[in-house]
Design a protein around this ligand. Structure first.
Ligand code: GLU
Length: 435
């Protein structure tokens, strides 16, 4: 039987990382088994649904690369994939319950008659869970149809899982205790239920439940802050699942290959944004210089800087130091701005050595006369020695002269990228600044 999984978000608010993680696990499981991943929009709550929330879901899934095989826009044999457009289907299922005498009216609404017996489910993650329906006071019959004619979550969720032929339902642990109710409905319809896997909650580092306002809660923040799709894919996969070995950095393809429900943890997942940053740095470092430059370019241009043909070399000079792409503009602006500012503390530090301005002036002369630019870095040490100073005494002032700052890329890379004329001009500009 072909595996069929679904992500069934309610489009209220934005796409939360918890939702994105649920979508990812469904996607990984389906793809691992050559199955079908479905997107179904649970938009029956008209008062709370928004167009913006719907777009955020589509955009977020697309950004992560979780392309759905059936669903809105993609279409498929079990549409429409918006619950708000499936009223007739729900009516026909409701009639089946009426015919089987499983519903009765109660103040205009309709309640579903539970079978008064224990219901046991075998959750693929949580194991055996039993709810005993013997006591009507504790588990009163549930409303399936409201007095206004709309159907409740439990009812439409089950009808759609039947109609869309789900084989596996992977969803948040907050739905664990709903599942026996769903099993009651499956039994009433005489349909074999899908297999259920309830995945662990996501907690903040301090153990509190992650809320909408917590940092990193909205998936939409990630691309803006300069996380890459593959790093976030990797990070979300490890929120409640682990490959049970030391490896932490995975490509999407590796995750599809390695993912199993057996390795989903029972314990809650800890949400560690610093770990996500670290993973992003690891993923960025693996890119080719061309790929890295292409990822960084929009951030640099958005910051109002103009990149040229040497941007790949510029980006490569800082690639390993970058955790978030949003850091790149500040790191490369000196390359792209002739009048880059001098950091006051760096200039003060240079001024502590009274010789610095003089040494830099001599260096500018020496570099100006250089015929082989590959010797530029050596020339710094030679100039220092020729003037009775240590190489280190001129290295730092040269760095500040070329970049305006105390830290940054490798000095050799900087000289290569700036080239002969620009380097000399920059050093002379610093000499003026110092005197
Ligand atoms: N719309 C439900 C939710 O957002 C879906 C639950 C399920 O996956 O069955 O939580």
């Amino acid at each position: 039987m072909q595996v069929r999984t679904r992500f069934a978000p309610s489009p209220t608010g934005y796409l939360h990382v918890g939702g994105a993680r649920t979508a990812l696990f469904n996607y990984l499981f389906a793809k691992k088994h050559g199955g079908i991943f479905i997107l179904r929009v649970e938009d029956t709550d008209h008062a709370r649904n928004t167009e913006a929330a719907r777009e955020a879901i589509f955009d977020g899934l697309s950004w992560l690369g979780l392309q759905w095989d059936e669903g809105p826009e993609a279409g498929g044999p079990h549409g429409p994939y918006f619950q708000s457009q499936r009223q007739e289907i729900y009516d026909s299922y409701f009639q089946k319950l009426v015919a089987a005498d499983r519903v009765y009216e109660d103040g205009g609404a309709y309640r579903f008659r539970f079978e008064r017996k224990p219901i046991t489910m075998n959750d693929l993650v949580c194991g055996e869970v039993t709810v005993d329906y013997a006591n009507e006071e504790i588990n009163p019959d549930m409303v399936v149809k409201r007095s206004d004619g709309t159907y409740t979550f439990h009812f439409v969720n089950v009808v759609d899982d039947i109609e869309m032929e789900m084989t596996h339902v992977i969803r948040g642990e907050d739905h664990l205790m709903n599942t026996p109710k769903h099993l009651q409905l499956f039994e009433a319809f005489g349909i074999e239920p899908p297999k259920y896997a309830h995945i662990p909650l996501i907690l903040n580092m301090d153990g509190s439940k992650m809320s909408k306002r917590d940092q990193g809660a909205a998936l939409g923040e990630y691309p803006v802050n300069g996380y890459t799709d593959k790093a976030v894919f990797n990070f979300l996969a490890l929120l409640g699942w682990s490959p049970k070995d030391e490896q932490e950095i995975f490509s999407p393809e590796e995750l599809i290959e390695k993912f199993t429900i057996e390795n989903v943890n029972r314990a809650p997942a800890k949400f560690d944004i610093d770990k996500c940053k670290w993973m992003n740095q690891q993923h960025l470092a693996k890119l080719s210089p061309e790929e890295f430059a292409a990822e960084a370019n929009p951030f640099v241009e958005n910051a109002g800087l103009v990149t040229g043909s040497d941007f790949t070399a510029i980006a490569a000079s800082i690639q390993e130091k970058v955790s978030l792409l949003a850091e790149v503009p500040a790191m490369v602006s000196f390359f792209l701005n002739e009048d880059y500012p001098f950091c006051p503390e760096a200039i003060e530090k240079v001024k502590k050595n009274e010789q610095a301005a003089d040494l830099l002036a001599k260096l500018a002369d020496a570099l100006e006369g250089l015929t082989d630019w590959s010797q530029a870095k050596e020339t710094i040490g030679e100039t220092a020695k020729a003037n009775g100073a240590k190489p280190g005494q001129l290295m730092f002032p040269t760095r500040v002269a070329l970049t305006g700052a105390a830290g940054g890329p490798d000095l050799g890379d900087i000289l290569n990228i700036l080239g002969h004329k620009d380097s000399v001009r920059r050093i002379r500009r610093a000499v003026e600044e110092l005197s």
